[in-house]
Ligand binder design. Structure first.
Ligand code: SF4
Ligand code: SF4
Length: 434
């Protein structure tokens, strides 16, 4: 698959956008502007968190994922369901019902991403044995959190654990096992993640820390839910099937990963604004006694993703009940250490910061623009009202300096200017009468 560094799953449907500015102040990276009566997403700042999808009552923000027809591009297609998929079906007692349903809607084989989570758990626990690690080590599982760190907390990049996401490790194992069993070429096999969020789709097209994703696409849980529902009545019957542990399945919910990786001294945070607050504490060195930090952009963890169907609290409860009936086997016992050498589990590229674009390539001009920006900020009221089309007064000043808008887009400055003009006209009229 061709990788596009500017790819974003979250996009604007221009025809539906009313320019209401509701999404403007909810974006955690100030990536939205409203100009000419329409929202615009700034490619370099968007982290595909999906907050704008949740907030837009006109459904003008949408997530692009693959459709089922795309699996036909491959001779064989493997479905890799995120464990949060199991939480979408009330009363589900075993993952095998969902796995069989995936085969019935057209996949040739299935592989649980929860099994990838088991391998990743083992890999991170081995990593944690090494000395002199930054504290806390931060999970790499939620791509939105990793991109948030790249954009807003670049000095914390070295805290991100250099182990691949469960879906990537799962895809490596799934493809290798399928090719071995069916004696086929790896290029004949398409691996499709069943995703609860747009960020995973973006992470497949533009991987972070990897040259290339092991996956070939992602299909939204929302799209598949209706197709799977009529088939959730029979268990997968495959003598070669290796189930994930309950610990791997629990990665679907907040604290599932932290509990598997380092229950004695870890912290799990969910919801993008909560994650930002905790990362600020890490940045200020206030959590350096913590060993491991799990951050999920969505409330409740992946079960709260914008592409899920079920209420996240109900889904979390369904997962909890299902895991309660699974044998209490930890990934340390389920995953042989040799697995970590057999399949790629570590990143092959460093994670780079993604800080805002420079004001100007020329240092002198950049300084001049910075000075002008600060002068404009002093004249602005500091209300961060968004009526100018920028999320804050500071971003508005920056947008003016960059030439994207003018001071007259601010209603407060416009009112002041009109007031001065009116006073001038009164003065002029008086002087003529005299
Ligand atoms: S919330 Fe944003 S995307 Fe939705 S209509 Fe308003 S400005 Fe447009
Ligand atoms: S997906 Fe998130 S980061 Fe991107 S524009 Fe929407 S709210 Fe902002």
């Amino acid at each position: 698959m061709q990788e596009d560094r500017r790819y974003h799953s979250v996009r604007l449907d221009k025809d539906r956008c009313k320019g209401c500015t509701n999404c403007l102040t909810h974006c955690p990276t100030a990536a939205i502007r409203v100009r000419g009566g329409r929202a615009h997403i700034l490619d370099n700042l968007c982290i595909d968190c999906g907050e704008c999808i949740r907030i837009c009552e006109y459904h003008a923000k949408v997530a692009f994922t693959d459709v089922m027809a795309n699996i036909k591009a491959y001779k064989y297609a493997i479905a890799l369901p995120a464990p949060s998929l199991y939480g979408q079906f009330r009363g589900l007692t075993r993952p095998e019902f969902v796995l069989e349903a995936l085969k019935r809607v057209g996949f040739d084989d299935v592989f649980e991403v929860a099994r990838g989570a088991d391998i990743v758990t083992r890999a991170i626990r081995e990593r944690l044995r090494e000395p002199d690690l930054p504290k806390p080590l931060i999970s790499s599982a939620c791509p939105t959190v990793v991109r948030l760190i790249q954009v807003r907390f670049p000095e914390l990049i070295n805290h991100i654990v250099d182990i691949r996401q469960p879906m990537e490790v799962a895809a490596s194992v799934a493809r290798a096992e399928f090719c071995k069993k069916h004696r086929c070429d790896p290029s004949d096999v398409g691996c499709f993640f069943i995703t609860p969020c747009p960020a995973k789709m973006t992470a497949i097209r533009t991987p972070i820390g990897q040259k290339k994703s092991e996956l070939d696409g992602a299909i939204s849980m929302m799209e598949l839910y209706g197709q799977l529902l009529p088939h959730i009545n029979e268990m997968l019957d495959d003598p070669d099937f290796v189930p994930a542990t309950g610990y791997g399945v629990a990665w679907a919910t907040s604290n599932g990963e932290a509990n598997a990786v380092y229950p004695d001294n870890s912290l799990a945070v969910d919801g993008i604004s909560n994650v930002i607050r905790v990362l600020e504490e890490v940045e200020n060195d206030k959590l350096s006694d913590l060993v491991y930090l799990e951050g999920n952009a969505c409330m409740g963890g992946c079960v709260g993703g914008p592409l899920t169907f079920e209420n996240s609290y109900v889904a979390k409860n369904s997962i909890r009940k299902m895991v309660g009936h699974m044998p209490p086997v930890h990934p340390d016992s389920a995953v042989p250490i040799s697995t970590l050498n057999k399949y790629p589990t570590k990143n092959d590229l460093p994670i780079e910061p993604n800080t805002a674009e420079k004001l100007d390539d020329n240092m002198v001009d950049a300084m001049r623009k910075m000075k002008r920006m600060n002068e404009i900020i002093k004249r602005l009221p500091g209300y961060d009202c968004g009526s100018c089309g920028s999320p804050t007064c500071a971003t508005f000043a920056e947008d003016i300096v960059r030439g994207y808008c003018t001071e007259m887009d601010c209603v407060h400055l416009l009112r002041e200017k009109l007031k001065v003009m009116a006073e001038d006209m009164v003065e002029l009229a008086q002087s003529r009468r005299e």
